[in-house]
Design a protein around this ligand. Structure first.
Ligand code: HEM
Length: 140
């Protein structure tokens, strides 16, 4: 039976994703979110999908990730259930967008100097979830 603390989007990670917050702490998630959006800001392919002011996206991402990786449930207290598929519906996400997003996040994990094994587990989660969020039909 599946543990309460794993999801089907964690890439089959053996390590409990909800123990990560306890090891790396709140500031690490703010660093990841700031580094991620600094990369988005320089990304010619993705920049146009995001609002001009990136402060709100930074906060959304930091609070969501803290919650997912075992920290306080601030994101849901403020915004309700994450429902990521639904919240990404307005954006056209194909293979190119998914890959650019994942590259920006992998870079952000490096910028924020997230240590292993947590970095590897987080990368697996992002790769799997970004695939799950693709919503544009494309030829295979
Ligand atoms: C692991 C994959 C991903 C995760 C965990 C994730 C997470 C999130 C979260 C939590 C939000 C804020 C939603 C809200 O509270 O309103 C968001 C917004 C957004 N996401 Fe993603 N996302 C992922 C992949 C992608 C991909 C692949 C794209 C397209 C390239 C994308 C584009 C956007 C855009 C344009 C927004 C709006 C900015 C905002 O309101 O924060 N996301 N995402």
């Amino acid at each position: 039976m599946m543990s309460m603390n794993t999801t089907d989007h964690d890439g089959g990670a053996q390590l409990d994703v909800r123990s990560i917050y306890g090891r790396i702490g709140s500031e690490a998630f703010w660093k990841i979110a700031r580094a991620f959006y600094a990369r988005i800001d320089r990304d010619a392919q993705l920049r146009g999908m995001f609002p001009a002011d990136l402060e709100e996206p930074i906060r959304n991402q930091a609070e969501f990730l803290m919650q997912y990786f075992g920290g306080p449930e601030t994101y849901s207290a403020r915004k309700g259930h994450p429902r990521l598929r639904m919240r990404h519906h307005p954006f056209s996400i194909g293979v190119a967008e998914r890959n650019a997003w994942v590259a920006a996040m992998d870079g952000a994990l490096a910028d924020a100097e997230i240590p292993d094994p947590d970095r590897t587990v987080m990368k697996k989660y992002f790769a799997t979830t970004a695939t799950f969020l693709m919503n544009r039909d494309e030829p295979i």
